[in-house]
Write a protein that binds this ligand. Structure first.
Ligand code: NAI
Length: 244
């Protein structure tokens, strides 16, 4: 086998059926990992992994604790260990605080924050014997307030500090936990955002364009690999200079 940056590693990527998670999965496989794509969307996830060697689909709703227990039992049975977990699945509902219903608030918090809590908790429980790396997908919106996404911003800010709490706990087991903060990235999640708002975002970005999913995957690869062995509890910003 060619020397890869993730040779012999077993990874789980939530939300791996589309967008950034799909790019992460492709990159991980290229670097020698076996990757479980854990996603609610069975049709896309299965079709994607059917065409990719060393990628496996498992249907999971990140907000269900029983789903997480079943996923890790399956992974340990099939592969014997878990080295890398990427809590990437997320949803966006674009509304300001005055127009966010309690129902929408709960939906976003359930997937984006409770989902990352459950994944990180069970990831740590299943990595304790040999260490590992957990990467939590936050956002630019987890660093600065976005007026048009109240619940989303709150969920991503929560991910940022949950990551730091988990990192300080996980360190005793050599489990590293870091967050990644992408700027606006060209994926299906953007379909609800009006063109004028996208142009506005691009104008506020020093590099004058959106990110491609592969550019986020490159950062996640670094954090998954042993190259980042001294980084934990940190936030990694990939935003084209927006917060500079
Ligand atoms: P996407 O909408 O293209 O893909 C999200 C994936 O998550 C889909 O495959 C979907 O089926 C899955 N998913 C949704 N709810 C789920 C659940 N309950 N359980 C399991 N899987 C579920 O989104 P994208 O853009 O790839 O986003 C990935 C992550 O990156 C999200 O956490 C998002 O908030 C974050 N992000 C995205 C940015 C962007 O501009 N695209 C910017 C900053 C952060």
């Amino acid at each position: 086998m060619m020397a890869g940056r993730l040779n012999h590693k077993i990874a789980v990527v939530t939300g791996g059926a589309m967008g950034i998670g799909r790019a992460i999965t492709e990159r991980f496989v290229k670097e020698g990992a076996k990757v479980v794509v854990a996603d609610v969307n069975e049709k896309s996830g299965q079709a994607f992994t059917d065409k990719l060697d060393n990628a496996y689909f498992y249907q999971l709703d990140v907000s269900s604790e029983s789903n997480w227990r079943e996923l890790f039992a399956w992974v340990l049975d099939k592969f014997g260990k878990i080295d890398v977990l990427v809590n990437n699945a997320g949803i966006a509902i674009m509304s300001d605080i005055a127009h966010t219903s309690l129902d929408d608030w709960q939906k976003v918090i359930d997937v984006n924050l409770t989902g990352v809590f459950l994944g990180t908790k069970h990831g740590i429980l299943n990595m304790q014997a040999h260490g590992g790396s957990i990467i939590n997908m936050s956002s630019l919106a987890g660093l600065v307030g976005d007026p048009n996404a109240a619940a989303y911003t709150a969920s991503k800010g929560g991910v940022r500090l949950l990551t730091k709490s988990a990192a300080t706990y996980g360190a005793q087991f050599n489990i590293r936990v870091n967050s990644v903060h992408p700027g606006v990235t060209e994926t299906p999640i953007l379909k609800g955002i009006p063109q004028a708002q996208k142009e506005n975002i691009i104008n506020q970005t020093p590099l004058r364009r959106m990110a491609q999913p592969q550019e986020i995957a490159n950062m996640v690869l670094y954090l998954a690999s042993d190259e980042s062995s001294y980084s934990t509890g940190s936030e990694f910003i990939v935003d084209g200079g927006t917060t500079a």
